[in-house]
Design a protein around this ligand. Structure first.
Ligand SMILES: Cc1cc2nc3c(=O)[nH]c(=O)nc-3n(C[C@H](O)[C@H](O)[C@H](O)COP(=O)(O)OP(=O)(O)OC[C@H]3O[C@@H](n4cnc5c(N)ncnc54)[C@H](O)[C@@H]3O)c2cc1C
Ligand SMILES: NC(=O)c1ccc[n+]([C@@H]2O[C@H](COP(=O)([O-])OP(=O)(O)OC[C@H]3O[C@@H](n4cnc5c(N)ncnc54)[C@H](O)[C@@H]3O)[C@@H](O)[C@H]2O)c1
Length: 442
């Protein structure tokens, strides 16, 4: 049995970043991948998603300006967009595998623990002094009759032909982004929301504004509604709901969340503690078994499941393993966004969480020339200040909310005051960053 200094299970952003760093150390390294090399983000997640959103934003932005200087609005051609998306993304797993083969040894197949330091892949066994689990999440499937007729986010991101109608189940990141895309291309979209709101965790007022904007785009929301059955019916699918209604549609998307990839690992064989939320780790990202670590989406930590978080954890382990770092992992200020149209983005303390000790202010951005020139109806920014007048939270809805909020991530993370900003920063005018000084208190 071959022995390695390091075995990394999974080649998504977490595993990939760690493999890149460890490959330069001269230590022996085995990377194991059972699915698509590169993992979720570049194959069936962030990257194809943001690629599609380029055309979606362009079309929607032009439609907003009809009669205001745009004569013919752009129309999305979903099928053509998918051809261009495939041309760019389909070769990525093979290219990533080739990159890996230059960096380290590679085993193709799902890794499974035999004991705490032995992994079996496709019938071969390998011993690792240190084993890092970076196996990520996969789409959750509802346990309802006919769930096999539903599709997941990976299917939508590769959907060659646009359906006329689609029913989405779930109003989280995935449901709202992908429903926006299909609706922009002309699909009649309905979304089932089991509670009274979408995008839990985002500022409730802006989540409602997102509902309003999507309704204006023709999307129909059914609140307090979940699917109980999906069945084929006369060339379509019938979705039965807990409200006793039935919706006929061409395409059903199960956007009910994501679950950790733990099953194939046989974690009990190694005695590793885990739950339905993922693998438990301590503040050094070590599992309960010495020498076995977990990073990225697969951990049970209550953190946003995002690519930059996965990569941060990979960097942290590298410094712990190879640079003598001993401090616990530290998570900086984390921004997050939903790339719909408009976008919704947030950093720091949400206005919903801010108690009486905080001061909240809302700015209407759509009045400014930049946003008015795009005829943005719904561009608003809410700021949360602490009792020392430092900015500690920001939420925005608007077509450029993600980039706007990114301007405020360093302000909050570095606790930059207005005096600091004015002393050190002179950004490009006219854009949100040049107004940041005005958003900070003296
Ligand atoms: C539609 C969508 C859009 C997203 N958009 C964004 C975004 O805009 N911004 C953002 O920051 N994040 C986004 N995310 C989240 C982001 O993709 C994840 O946070 C990120 O990919 C996590 O990286 P990871 O390495 O932990 O896991 P993954 O990328 O999921 O990689 C895990 C890898 O492990 C492999 N694997 C599983 N089990 C085994 C095993 N037993 N042995 C070997 N290999 C195994 C899997 O095949 C996979 O390749 C999005 C996700 C989705 C689904
Ligand atoms: N822009 C981004 O950064 C981005 C985009 C996509 C995904 N992600 C990451 O992936 C994670 C998962 O996203 P997601 O949208 O799959 O999950 P989510 O948890 O954000 O949303 C799942 C939705 O499904 C609903 N739901 C759950 N069970 C249901 C049921 N039985 N019936 C009806 N509805 C049900 C939930 O109420 C929720 O609205 C996100 O938390 C995020 O970390 C990020």
């Amino acid at each position: 049995m071959k022995n390695y200094d390091y075995i990394i299970l999974g080649t998504g952003p977490a595993g990939y970043r760690l493999a890149q760093l460890l490959a330069n150390t001269g230590k022996s390294l085995l990377a194991v991948e059972g699915g698509l090399f590169g993992g979720t983000c570049p194959n069936v997640g962030c990257e194809p998603k943001i690629f599609l959103s380029g055309a979606v934003h362009t079309a929607r932005a032009s439609q907003q300006l009809v009669g205001r200087g745009i004569a013919q609005p752009a129309q999305l051609d979903w099928d053509q967009l998918m051809v261009t998306k495939k041309a760019r993304f389909d070769s990525w797993p093979a290219e990533t595998k080739a990159i890996y083969e230059k960096m380290c040894d590679v085993a193709v197949g799902y890794g499974q623990f035999v004991d705490s330091h032995t992994i079996e892949v496709a019938g071969h066994r390998y011993h690792g002094d240190k084993i890092i689990i970076a196996t990520g999440h996969r789409p959750h499937r509802l346990a309802i009759p006919g769930s096999q007729y539903g599709h997941d986010s990976s299917d939508v991101l590769s959907l060659a032909h646009r359906p006329d109608q689609a029913v989405f189940i779930g109003g989280g990141y995935v449901g709202i982004e992908l429903a926006t895309f299909l609706a922009a291309a002309g699909t009649k979209v309905e979304i089932l929301i089991r509670s009274d709101r979408i995008l839990r965790g985002f500022y409730a007022k802006y989540a409602q504004a997102m509902v309003d904007a999507m309704e204006q785009q023709g999307v129909k929301f059914h609140f307090h509604t979940s699917a109980t059955k999906i069945e084929p019916h006369e060339g379509k699918y019938l979705v039965t709901t807990n409200q006793g209604t039935q919706l006929a549609t061409d395409y059903v998307v199960d956007a009910s969340g994501r679950v950790p990839n733990t099953e194939k690992l046989d974690l009990p064989a190694a005695g590793i503690t885990f739950s339905k939320h993922g693998i438990d780790v301590d503040d050094h990202l070590q599992t309960n078994v010495p020498g076995v670590y977990a990073i990225g989406d697969i951990t049970s930590q209550k953190l946003p499941k995002l690519t930059p978080v996965a990569e941060l954890e990979a960097n942290y382990l590298y410094h712990q393993f190879e640079k003598g770092a001993t401090a616990p992992v530290h998570y900086p200020t984390i921004g997050t966004a939903v790339f719909a149209f408009p976008e919704i983005a947030q950093v720091g303390i949400s206005p919903d969480q801010a108690g009486d000790e905080y001061h909240i202010e809302e700015r209407n951005l759509s009045g400014g020339s930049l946003y008015a020139g795009l005829n943005e109806q719904e561009a608003k920014l809410t700021l949360v200040y602490d009792s020392t007048d430092h900015l500690v939270g920001a939420s925005e809805i608007g077509a450029s909310a993600a980039d706007d909020i990114n301007n405020l991530v360093p302000v909050i993370g570095l606790k930059i005051s207005r005096t600091d900003w004015e002393r050190h920063v002179l950004p490009i005018y006219p854009a949100l960053a040049d107004k940041v000084a005005g958003l900070l208190k003296k």
